[in-house]
Design a protein around this ligand. Sequence first.
Ligand code: CS2
Length: 506
Amino acid sequence: MSSKTPKNRASGSQDSDFRLSMANLDRLPAGVRRPAYDRTQVTAGIVHLGIGAFHRAHQAVVLDDLLADGATEWGIVGASLRSPATRDALAPQDCLYTTAIRSGAGTDHRIIGSVLACEVASENPAALIARMADPATRIVSLTVTEKGYCHTPQTGDLDERHPDIVHDLQNPDTPRSAIGFLVAALAQRKAAGTAPFTVLSCDNLSANGRTVRRIATQFGSLRSRDLATWIEAEVAFPSTMVDRIVPETTDIDRSEISSALGMIDAWPVVTEPFTQWIVEERFSAGRPDFAAAGVQMVSDVTPFEHMKLRLLNASHSTLAYLGYLAGHETIASTMTDSRFAALARQIMDDAAPTLTMPGGTDLAAYGASLLQRFANPALHHRTWQIAMDGSQKLPQRLLATMADRLRLGLPIDTHALAVAGWMRYITGKDEQARAIDVRDPLAGELLGIAERAGPVAERLAPALLEVRSIFGALGGDPRVRAAVTEALTKLYALGARQTVQTFQVK
Ligand code: CS2
């Protein structure tokens, strides 16, 4: 790595081999915040699986704050399960990276130092398992996205036929899935008589801790009953609610941020000012003093998780599908149409009666703040990005609310419109008959159903509602069939923009 002085720093351009690194930290512009601690004194207490942009803009920032407070045994070793891209970008810069915090008021740049090393699980699975099994590792956290749990979202059970699970059961020492790694490392700790690490899921799953506990125990039981019993009895799986909007980093972001730094950061992350982390107080091998960095510690995260999934993520997905179909590239652009903003608000209002919140929670204020965050003009959060993996997201974001509203005898039209938006989207053709790049683990199956049904709401809606792994019993409910078919009929007849514009709550 070079320690050359950048040639034109005053004008903001960078020398191509002048790179963000420990050696170059003191050459950053004065306004850029940097690690306020001696990184050489920090040791790793956390292994994080899935070191993507979200982790780096959320949990790693909290740990950076705690390291500055002296919690030096809580550095992070990050691992990507497959792709070497993050490691290749971060290793030459000593795993330092920038968070660019953007709002209408401008951008704040902060260099994060809590990630000490990056590994690629697929390159050397044994090394990662050994690190997780090392007694110094006290927490293994995860952001592997919904599909990374290899489970059936509707039931919460391990998908035993998932190719990665089949592989990992046959090759327990060289796993591919996060669950395979967790159980391999826990098995080693059990054999060595080492206390287990805490498993800290930070994905947007309902009851993420309980869900990963169930999946890990089920996977363990396919290896040995004894292992499953130990996992169930000894391992702590606190649930968490995580919240920060983190769009994918683009090349434009890279170059703008590198300009502001006067040196290259190959993989910065871009985010909003807001951040929230609520964690259940259930750790088996110690934890940092999370509360000192603003994390809310609670005994039961369920109400907060439901609130976030059913208000934030549900309206996000609704805006993503219908906004994309109406020709909006980003959430902020979709929000400029007041009827779309009103629809997002309606999704939240309709979710409210299904929630039981602790006293003092102001759901209306929460909803209003979400609308403001979505409208942040400085975030380029693509509707296409949020539209990804709908088969894994719909159950906890939209369908659970629908089911609860039916139980309460309430109408479900708003959520039916969102589901119909997803259906129209996964046909793979937009309203101008241009191809949509549908990314979803079930894309093949869903596109097949759409092709067989054709663009006819009365055929397409019931056919998709029969996909049990997404809809479960709800798909067979005549009230759901009727409401979703009606909404999809409108989408075909009027298009998304006009459907949203003329949408009236019944
Ligand atoms: C989004 C979330 O991509 C998506 O599905 O809804 O990533 C969302 O931005 C975060 O959950 C916000 O905390």
